[in-house]
Write a protein that binds this ligand. Structure first.
Ligand code: FE2
Ligand code: FE2
Length: 268
């Protein structure tokens, strides 16, 4: 696979669809890049795809919902892999408000202005009422952007974990449970040390507290932006995140390695 691919949308939890893409990382593997749609009384899109997918992401969303019905676009954060089709969606879904933090709004405005009338500011600890449920914003244990908010759907028990619990994979998988345990652990540590290079500086007991908070949520499924749906494997996910703290910080291939890759050799 040389370019990102977008799979057909599919349900991954009750009333919840996934838009799963895979991004090749040269020399490392494949990174899942997922967005989600909650068919709540007030429908919510969680994140807006990667830019390289072009208009195909919006077409995939349109295949699952009339864009006029979409009420919210919740950005877990404003990294490029989460905001690809945002501005097109704001144009084509005129009844949708953008959920982000003050910092998220500021960062988006550095790319292209977003009218404040289209924005709804929500911080970790606050919640969004959708008529039939609440989405609770929270700070995930691993993140790479200060505006990040994960979210917990109190109707389905789904935890949308933003970048946390992601993993670099060798091949696509329908479910995280289908990934061999050693690969999941290795790929999770790699992703975590790329995404949060500060993890080795955090105290063990502080990390344990943030992981305990996730454990107490007891999510029915964890939907990470960077992992296939993870069901019945919370302990494994939490252990793998713990292991990031003691792993060597990630340092990418250098120029010599890039030259070897370009000439057809391996990265390392
Ligand atoms: Fe990110
Ligand atoms: Fe991401």
């Amino acid at each position: 696979m040389d370019a990102p691919i977008l799979l057909d949308p599919r349900p991954v939890a009750h009333g919840t669809d996934a838009f799963a893409a895979y991004v090749p990382l040269p020399g490392l593997g494949l990174l899942p890049a997922n967005a989600f749609l909650i068919h709540a009384e007030q429908p919510v899109l969680i994140d807006a795809g990667i830019p390289a997918l072009g208009p195909s992401f919006v077409e995939a969303v349109r295949a699952r919902i009339d864009l006029g019905q979409l009420r919210w676009i919740w950005l877990t954060h404003t990294d490029p892999d989460h905001v690809g089709a945002l501005w097109q969606l704001l144009d084509e879904a005129p009844n949708a408000k953008l959920v982000t933090t003050f910092l998220g709004m500021g960062k988006l405005n550095l790319v292209s202005p977003v009218s404040p009338e289209r924005v709804y500011l929500l911080n970790p600890g606050q919640s969004l009422h959708l008529g039939d449920r609440r989405l609770h914003a929270l700070r995930p244990p691993v993140y790479d952007a200060p505006e990040t908010t994960a979210l917990f759907d109190d109707a389905t028990g789904v935890l949308f974990s933003a970048d946390a619990f992601g993993a670099v994979l060798r091949e696509p998988a329908d479910e995280a449970a289908a990934i061999p345990a050693a690969s999941l652990r290795e790929g999770g540590i790699l992703w975590g040390s790329v995404d949060a290079p500060w993890m080795h500086m955090i105290k063990e007991e502080e990390l344990a507290k943030t992981l305990q908070a996730v454990r107490e949520l007891a999510p029915s499924v964890v939907l990470s932006a960077h992992l296939p749906p993870a069901r019945g494997m919370l302990d494994t996910l939490l252990e793998n995140v713990s292991a990031i703290r003691t792993a060597s910080p990630f340092i990418g291939p250098d120029q010599e390695a890039l030259a070897r890759m370009l000439s057809g050799g391996a990265a390392a």
